[in-house]
Design a protein around this ligand. Structure first.
Ligand code: WAQ
Ligand code: MG
Length: 265
């Protein structure tokens, strides 16, 4: 592995509201091109022109980098987003989240989990049994950071995803984020849908069944979205937060990709 890897991070906002962000881990020689791509996305891809874009570059200690596999990928087609949310609840409870916590999390994302119904910059951390919110800052939440595909497997992974109809960068990025989350201590499951009003597909991820895409988890046009990480009640939050934010993780293998199936209740 390249011993001089750099963590690149970008976040863009408008009037203090988070618009988009990106995470890469690249070799020194890729820094300029990758930063250009990130800033281009911030300026063109966020739906609104940001008034602040932060990029940071940081050299990583090669000994700190952890290698993990991407989770298996399943896709469920559903008749509408209401049905998608019922499926999400079912997948979350199968993963070990209580029905109360699962219902509360879905209602929270539907209402906008940040202060006054806004979108958070990061994720909610939730006690998987009680549904109690555990993140210290409900506007920021916990941001998963310092993760990427390992460079040598990127072309193969991208072409396998593209062959399965999952070639959009959103999918690869969400998969990498979920891979890091699933590798973290004390994680029971994750649920996510985008804050992009045009993107209704979301997912539930858990260590056993992997990354389970649900074709509709919200109504098209809805600006709200977010992520909830459900944790074992015994989890030490400092250790978890530290891992999610700071431990560099590279994904060096793809899981299995199953063809889409229709979920009917
Ligand atoms: N760490 C923690 N939370 C984050 C992060 C991060 N690095 N990035 C985004 N979030 C939270 C934040 O609250 C966003 O509002 C929310 O997640 C959604 O982020 O078809 O595009 O980047 O398989 O809009 C999932 C399905 C797409 C992809 C998710 O999320 C597929 C997506 P977005
Ligand atoms: Mg977004």
């Amino acid at each position: 592995m390249d011993s001089r890897l750099i963590s690149l991070r970008m976040r863009a906002s408008l009037c203090g509201h988070h618009l988009c962000g990106a995470e890469r881990i690249v070799a020194e020689g890729e820094v300029v091109a990758a930063t250009t791509t990130m800033v281009t996305r911030a300026m063109q891809g966020a739906g609104a022109l940001p008034d602040e874009v932060h990029c940071s570059l940081e050299r990583l200690d090669p000994a700190s980098i952890r290698l993990v596999s991407l989770p298996d990928v399943a896709t469920f087609e559903v008749s509408d987003w209401q049905s998608g949310r019922r499926l999400a609840k079912q997948l979350l409870t199968r993963a070990g989240v209580s029905l109360e916590a699962a219902s509360f999390a879905l209602d929270l994302l539907a209402a906008g989990p940040g202060p006054d119904g806004t979108v958070m910059r990061g994720a909610v951390i939730m006690n998987a049994r009680t549904g109690e919110r555990l993140e210290t800052d409900a506007g920021r939440g916990v941001r998963v950071s310092r993760m990427d595909l390992e460079a040598s497997v990127r072309p193969a992974i991208e072409s396998m995803l593209a062959a399965a109809g999952l070639g959009h960068h959103r999918v690869a990025e969400a998969l990498v984020l979920a891979a890091k989350v699933l590798s973290a201590p004390g994680i029971v499951a994750e649920v996510c849908w985008s804050d992009d009003p045009a993107y209704t597909t979301g997912y539930v991820a858990d260590p056993q069944y992997g990354y389970q895409r649900i074709a509709a988890l919200k109504e098209s046009g809805d600006l709200r979205g977010g992520r909830v990480f459900f944790v074992d009640p015994e989890t030490t939050l400092d250790t978890l937060g530290d891992y999610l934010e700071f431990r560099p993780v590279l994904c060096n293998a793809l899981g299995r990709i199953s063809p889409p199936t229709f979920w009917s209740e």
